[in-house]
Write a protein of this length. Structure first.
Length: 107
């Protein structure tokens, strides 16, 4: 399934190839010199994942950062499993990695 990238009340903008993604017009906490590459909204619409040049970021519906995980290679595509338990990232090193949504732990 393709990632959900739009949802009512979650207006995520400026996430394509920029250093300044926003939620409902408000800038998100993002590492300096990092560029976002991909986004996916959770099935419950209560969180969203942003893949970037260096990290995966998970934010809640209010734009609060829940966790940040360093990635190997850019996160060109991200998605969240239909049950909301796992985050997936297609990375620049050619791998697809799975992370636990609760803690951002790779397994």
């Amino acid at each position: 399934m393709a990632p959900v990238t739009q949802a009512t009340g979650l207006d995520i903008t400026d996430w394509r190839e920029t250093a300044g993604p926003k939620l409902n017009g408000k800038p998100l906490k993002f590492w300096r010199d990092d560029f976002s590459r991909s986004v996916a909204i959770s099935p419950e619409k209560d969180a969203f994942l942003i893949g970037s040049k260096w990290y995966l970021y998970l934010f809640d519906r209010q734009g609060n950062q829940k966790w940040v995980v360093r990635v190997v290679g850019e996160a060109f595509a991200v998605n969240i499993s239909p049950d909301g338990r796992f985050a997936l990232a297609a990375l620049g090193d050619g791998t697809v990695r799975w992370y636990r949504m609760r803690m951002g732990k790779n397994f």
